[in-house]
Write a protein that binds this ligand. Structure first.
Ligand code: AMP
Ligand code: GLY
Length: 421
């Protein structure tokens, strides 16, 4: 069958690599893609925001399945519009995608289904917010209700900071958005991935991300500077609790509402003294987490995605993963997560892959023969090993083979797992 993959990051490069290995695949198309994805797919000039254009392309090229990588097109209802045309999709429809598109929607669902999560208040006015703040102790967490590309969360250590963060979301001159005020949760974070067809839930691995830009988890928040899988902190017992107490009631609530979730559900968890609590949901694979999941996944990705869409997950073979640990280090362009310096030359990818690492491209473009940086997160250098230490050493051997003078990376990816050993 012909498949169209939407997206252009390291996540989509990892998905393209695995999709291309499926015996079910005839032609893989990708849009907008990147030079790394082009090794596995035919790049096409399509904008995922142009639903009509995407559907027309599918009809003209006999595409019968579309894999949607990023959240924005899902929240925007692209999956529904494609399904209306009788074309299969990996990814939830607009209503179920509200799990990521509206933090208030998710918090209300958790409250109704008694899902463990931080205590919260939804606020829509400055006065309401100021009154609600009185019910929380410091630090307090302030969130933009909608998609904010990882920039919508403030952990305020003073009341003034909390009010400033709320004003930035709903204050004068802002487009009437909503904000959520939340209790601060203490513990270690872990990411749990499941595939669900709306009814059956199958675990699809765990990971730990590194959100801060600097070594030792310092500096500004980013989309993610590195990750490893599995996350040893999420023991089998904690994973079982997270699925039973958080994921299963969520999937059941959406099915009961007539808007079943189909695709990958990414639960951001805080492992607190009282057990796992939900921080947030994402309705797609994480990036860079997807890169380490794909390094460990050993099955037929397309077959599994089709089973998800066709509500056959209950009969499909369970996803198979290698016992190895996978670890990815992100190379970003100088300036990231602020304005990244673009145009910097990148060489040595072959040398990196000769060390046994795998390089996933994100913010790269070709200029003639040269590969240059075009965005914030530029490359993900991934490797596997028998344990975290071995995977980390292998990933940094790959990193050290790359010449990217206007880029940087963290040198400590994996430190939490190493500290546990
Ligand atoms: P999010 O954009 O929801 O992923 O939030 C970004 C980061 O803020 C999370 O990864 C957590 O580190 C932190 N965070 C969000 N909500 C809370 C909370 N209620 N308590 C503590 N930390 C939080
Ligand atoms: N790495 C975090 C995310 O994909 O949301």
């Amino acid at each position: 069958m012909n498949v169209l993959l939407l997206g252009s990051g390291g996540r989509e490069h990892a998905l393209a690599w695995r999709l291309a290995q499926s015996p079910l695949l005839d032609t893989l198309y990708a849009a907008p893609g990147n030079p790394g994805i082009a090794d596995h797919a035919e790049i096409v000039d399509l904008n995922p925001a142009d639903h009509r254009g995407v559907i027309d392309f599918c009809l003209r090229h006999s595409v019968s399945f579309v894999v949607i990588g990023p959240e924005a097109p899902l929240v925007d209802g692209l999956a529904d519009n494609i399904r209306t045309m009788g074309i299969g999709v990996f990814g939830p429809g607009k209503e179920a995608a509200r799990l990521e598109g509206s933090k208030g929607f998710t918090k209300d669902l958790c409250a109704r289904a008694k899902i463990p999560t931080a205590r919260y208040a939804r606020v829509t006015s400055r006065d309401g917010a100021r009154a609600a703040l009185g019910d929380f102790t410091l630090p307090v967490v302030i969130k933009d209700d909608g998609l904010a590309a990882g920039k919508g969360v403030t952990i305020a250590t003073s009341r003034e900071e909390a009010e400033t963060a709320i004003d930035a979301i709903i204050g004068p001159g802002r487009q009437g958005g909503d904000a959520v005020i939340e209790e601060f949760l203490e513990g270690e974070e872990a990411s749990l991935f499941v595939l669900t067809d709306g009814e059956t839930i199958v675990p699809f691995g765990s990971a730990q991300d590194h959100k801060r830009v600097g070594d030792g988890d310092t500096g500004a928040n980013t989309g993610g500077m590195g990750a490893y899988s599995p996350a040893p902190v999420l023991t089998p017992e904690l994973e079982r609790r997270a699925i039973d107490e958080i994921v299963r009631p969520t999937v059941a609530a959406l099915a009961a509402a007539g808007t079943p979730f189909s695709g990958v559900l990414y639960a951001g968890l805080m492992l607190t003294a009282d057990g796992p609590k939900l921080i947030e949901y994402n309705v797609r694979f994480g990036d860079p987490e997807c890169q380490v999941l794909m390094m460990r996944f050993t099955g037929d990705l397309l077959a599994l995605m089709l089973a998800t869409e066709e509500r056959r997950l209950g009969e499909a073979p369970a996803p198979a993963f290698s016992d190895d640990v996978a670890l990815v280090v992100v190379m970003a362009a100088d300036g990231y997560p602020g304005t990244p310096q673009t145009g910097g030359a990148i060489t040595g990818l072959d040398k990196a892959e000769a060390t046994g690492a795998r390089v996933f491209q994100a913010g790269t473009i070709r200029e003639g023969e040269a590969l240059v940086a075009s965005g914030g997160r530029v490359l993900g250098v991934a490797a596997t090993g028998a344990d975290v230490r071995a995977a980390q050493a292998a990933a940094y051997r790959g990193i050290d083979a790359i010449d990217f003078p206007t880029g940087f990376c963290r040198r400590d990816i994996g430190w939490r797992a190493l500290a546990r050993d």
